[in-house]
Design a protein around this ligand. Structure first.
Ligand code: ATR
Length: 277
């Protein structure tokens, strides 16, 4: 019996998820297949229903359907509730469980793959869109001394911080232009700046740019302006490929109850990316 899984998105052609899950399945001896499904922008609910009827057991969800996946879930994990977005679904009978593995993926990549500590450190998270929403709670769970959420549009960062509630004094909102000269241990770029061909850094208008020991870009596939600027400052720098593999491993665990070894898979995907360049 082969169980069926898929990733839904638009665009989806360049998704690495089928390759990653095929490697996880081979490594752990799990009988499953995993495909990429391109879904029309107004067709997510129907595509999901069809997949469940066809016997689908679970799915990953990527841009632009993470909010809709959240709305269609009949049950949410606490971390999906905190994120307000879902990237992983599991189908159990008529139940649709919505989870969000992005934040734990980021935290594992930082701590286990890069030996980057978060406890008692000063962490800067740049951005207040979907990518930042998916990760703030798991970052805060690691007890940083301070988590600053900085955004070009301050009120969006403030709204995110307000959701953290009064339970913690360790999170604060800031606008990008108030970051000049501030020092952090870890700086994470969760803005969409790296997506643009013109490739601007979120620190474009911030002078001097904040300093950090370790800079993390959530995008992968090429060196963004954010990474370039960080390299030039002499800091340690990573792209987001490890986060992609780690969030996938957490989804695989939710579906199969087995935790794959991510290191060889990350190395293989990295090599494949390098071959393309
Ligand atoms: P995503 O789901 O990738 O987070 P999004 O929800 O559209 O996408 O959010 C994009 C984020 O990138 C926002 O935080 C946005 O800042 P604003 O809220 O001020 O729009 C940020 N962003 C996009 N382009 C930027 C730029 N050139 N400089 C700084 N921040 C930028």
């Amino acid at each position: 019996m082969t169980d069926h899984y898929a990733v839904f998105g638009n665009p989806i052609a360049h998704s690495r998820s089928p390759r990653i899950h095929a490697m996880f399945a081979a490594q752990t001896g799990q009988a499953l297949d995993y495909e990429a499904r391109l879904v029309p922008r107004d067709g997510f609910a129907g595509a999901l229903r069809d997949f469940i009827v066809q016997g689908g057991r679970g799915a990953n969800v990527t841009v632009p359907f993470k909010l809709e996946a959240h709305a269609l879930s009949t049950q949410l994990t606490p971390r999906a509730q905190a994120a307000g977005a879902v990237n992983t679904l599991r189908f159990d009978g008529s139940n649709i469980l919505g989870d969000n593995t992005d934040g734990v993926g980021l935290v594992r990549d930082l701590m286990q793959n890069h030996y980057c500590k978060l406890k008692a450190r000063r962490v800067l998270l740049i951005g207040a869109g979907g990518a930042a929403r998916g990760v703030w709670q798991p970052l805060l769970d690691e007890s940083p001394a301070l988590l600053v959420v900085a955004n070009r549009t301050l009120h969006k960062a403030q709204a995110l911080v307000d959701e953290a509630g009064s339970s913690t004094r360790h999170i604060e909102a800031a606008s990008l232009d108030t970051l000049a000269g501030r020092a952090f241990d870890v700086i994470i770029n969760a803005t969409s700046t790296g997506l643009n061909d013109t490739d601007t850094s979120p620190f474009g208008g911030v002078s001097p740019a904040p300093t950090g020991e370790f800079f993390y870009e959530m995008m992968y596939g090429r060196e963004t302006a954010f990474m370039h600027q960080a390299h030039a400052s002499g800091a340690r720098v990573s792209d987001g490929l490890g986060m992609l593999v780690e969030q996938a491993a957490e989804a695989f665990y939710l579906w199969r109850g087995v935790r794959p070894d991510t290191a060889p898979v990350l190395a293989a995907i990295r090599a494949e990316l390098n071959d393309q360049h």
